[in-house]
Design a protein around this ligand. Structure first.
Ligand code: ITT
Length: 211
């Protein structure tokens, strides 16, 4: 395997992915770096479905191994919304200042114990031989009472982590990667990929011996 393509157009995700997968044996390149652009129809019913759709679409287009991330914010008070629709919530082009303020407004007056929420991330890997691998990570927290912090991206400024006494937009990039849904899912995927690479090394050694 010479490289893996990461099928995302989200720069915020890609920054975190590069840090977390820095020590993977093979280089990970973004779609932009690989010179690929594609419209992907994310019509799945779960994070798993959508992560697999993204990885498989780009794998079929390129014939190369592809990773993809489908993620989002589940707010219990809103019955799990925006969930798999997190990027599309209030329109893909609406700024996160507006989306985050709308979430705060919907939870106005709701006590902390009912403000529970989590970030979910599913990573899928699609290999040219048809193999599909998936891993999942979550980060639990509550919806804060104000927009706070400049790090991260998306909904980070309203996602408050009671144990850290700050939002995920106030964590340093390293701290966020240690705790985050994406960090957890990517570290699991890194292990699954290492196992597979070991297996295929062993298989090719066996084949060489047999020849
Ligand atoms: P790609 O499909 O191109 O990867 P996307 O942004 O459309 O990019 P998703 O469909 O997976 O990706 O939507 C994920 C959304 O969930 C993302 O746009 C953010 O709004 C939110 N999100 C996910 N992880 C987040 C994080 O770590 N911090 C803040 N918001 C996050």
């Amino acid at each position: 395997m010479e490289r893996m393509i990461f099928a995302t157009g989200n720069e915020g995700k890609m920054r975190e992915i590069r840090m977390i997968l820095a020590d993977l044996e093979v280089p990970v390149v973004s779609m932009k770096e690989a010179g690929i652009s594609a419209e992907i129809n994310e019509n799945g019913k779960s994070f798993e479905d959508n992560a697999i759709i993204k990885a498989r679409t780009i794998m079929e287009l390129t014939g190369e191994p592809v990773l993809a991330d489908d993620s989002g914010l589940e707010i219990d008070y809103l019955d799990g919304a925006p969930g798999i629709y997190s990027a599309r919530y209030m329109g893909e082009d609406t700024s996160y200042d507006i989306k985050n303020q709308a979430i705060l407004d919907q939870l106005e007056g709701v006590p902390d114990e009912k403000r529970t929420a989590r970030f979910v991330c599913v990573i899928a890997c699609a290999m040219p031989d048809g193999t599909i691998l998936t891993s999942r990570g979550t980060m639990e927290g509550i919806i804060g009472h104000e927009i706070r912090g400049k790090n991260g991206f998306g909904y980070d400024p309203v996602f408050y982590l009671p144990d850290c006494c700050c939002t995920s937009a106030e964590l340093s990039p390293d701290q966020k990667n240690d705790l985050s849904h994406r960090g957890k899912a990517l570290r699991l995927m890194r292990e699954l990929l290492k196992e597979r690479m070991e297996e295929s090394k062993e298989e090719s050694q066996e084949e060489n011996k047999a020849e």
